[in-house]
Design a protein around this ligand. Sequence first.
Ligand code: PLP
Length: 435
Amino acid sequence: MQIPDISRTKSAELYEKAKTYFPGGVNSPVRAFKSVYGTPLFIEKGDGSHIWDADGNEFIDFCGSWGPLILGHNRASVREKVMEVMQKGMSFGAPTALENELAELILSNNKYIQKIRFVSSGTEAVMSAIRLARGYTKRDKILKFEGCYHGHTDALLVKAGSGLVTFGETSSAGVPKAFADETIVVALNDKDALLKAFDDFKDQIAAVIIEPIPANNGLLLQTPEYLNFLRDTCIQNGTMLIFDEVISGFRVGFEGAAAYYNIQPDIITYGKIIGGGLPVGAYGASAEVMDHISPVGSVYQAGTLSGNPVAMAAGIAQLTELLQPGFYEELHDKTAGFVKAIEAFVAERGYELKVFTIGSIFWFAFTGKETISSADDIDPQSMLKFKAMHRELINRGIYLGPSGYEVGFISAAHTTADLETTKTAIFDSLDIVFE
Ligand code: PLP
C-alpha cells in the first residue's frame, strides 16, 4: 500500500542554503540525491543502526557513511577513545605512539602486508599506491577495470574507450588526455581483454589495480579463478597487482579480500573502516616494497594530517572490536539470513530481482540474470525500479544509499528487530514497484 511521503521541510531549507555555499549543495556528488526522488536528507544524528534527519524522521541506516561504520553509529568504545585522545590535543605533525598502536593492531593480524603508511582518505591511499608501483617497476602505465572506482585521483578518472581500443578516456573534465593515455581500461572478468592489453603494452604496465570485491558499480563479484588468473598474469609480466580494499578491507574479514580469496597482492589500499568514521586511509605491502617510500626510498609521499592522533584513536577502537572472536561470523550470518528471506519473498512473487551479497555487503539488482560480473551486465533502465524502491523505503524509515549502483552495508549494530522491520518494508515496497 502506498504511504504518504515523509516531511522534508527542514532538509529542503538546508539544501537551498547549501546550494548557495557548495556546488550542487553538497561536498560529494552522490549526496545530492540526483538518482532518487526528493531532496537530500540532512542528517542530524546517528546512534547504533539508526539515523535521524533534520525533520526528526528516523531511519534504519544501511549506508553506514558509505561503509566505515561496521559497528554502527556513535559506538561507545570509539567515541570514548576519541574523546580521551582529544583531551591531549588534536594534531602534532610529529610521530605519536597511537600510530604505532594502530599499525601493530593491523600488521600483527594481517599476513598480506608487512609495512603500512597512513594517509587521510581512500583516494590518497590509491594515488600513493600507484606512485609506489610506478616508482618500484620504473614503468608508467597502469591498468584498471571498467566498473571499479578508486577515488578521484586523475589517473583513475578514466573509463573504457570505444570499441576494442583499450586506451582510457577521461571520465571527468580537467583530467589531461595525456594522463588518461597512461591508463588502460578493460572489462572485468574478461581474460582475453586482459591478455590483449598485456600484449599491446608489453613491459609497460606498472600495476593492475582492482577492487577484488567490486562494490562501487553494483556488486560485481569476480570468481576466485579470475582473480587468480589476474595474479598469475601480473607475475608473468612483472606488473604489480594492487588490491583496492577501501571497501572490502576489514569488511569481509579483518584481512579483507586478500584473505577471503587467499591471494597475495603486491600492494593493498585501505580506507573507510580503518578510520572508525574519521578520515583515514592507508596502503601497505611487503617491507621491501614499502621501503621504496620516502624518507628511505625515492617515492615521495607525505601528509600534514597523516596519522592524526584522533583519527588513529577511532581506528584503534573500531579495529579492536573487529578482532573479537566470532565478530565476522555473526555479522555474515545475520546478513545471509536477511538476504535469504528477501530472495525467498522475491521467488514466491516471481519478481525480477536478485540480491547479490558477500560478507555484510548486499546489492539489489533488478535483473533476471543469475550473475552480474561486469559493468556491461547492468541494464541502466533497471535503475528506475531502484529509484521507485528507494522512495518507498525512505517513506518506511529505511535508508539506503541514494543510487541503485551503490551497495548496502549491515553493521554489528543492526538488531534482529531492525532486520525484521526492514524486510517488511522491502516486501511492501517491492509489491508497489512491481505493481
Ligand atoms: N577506493 C574504493 C574502492 C572506494 O570505494 C573509494 C570510495 O568510495 C575510494 C577508493 C576513495 O576513497 P575516499 O572516498 O575515502 O577518497
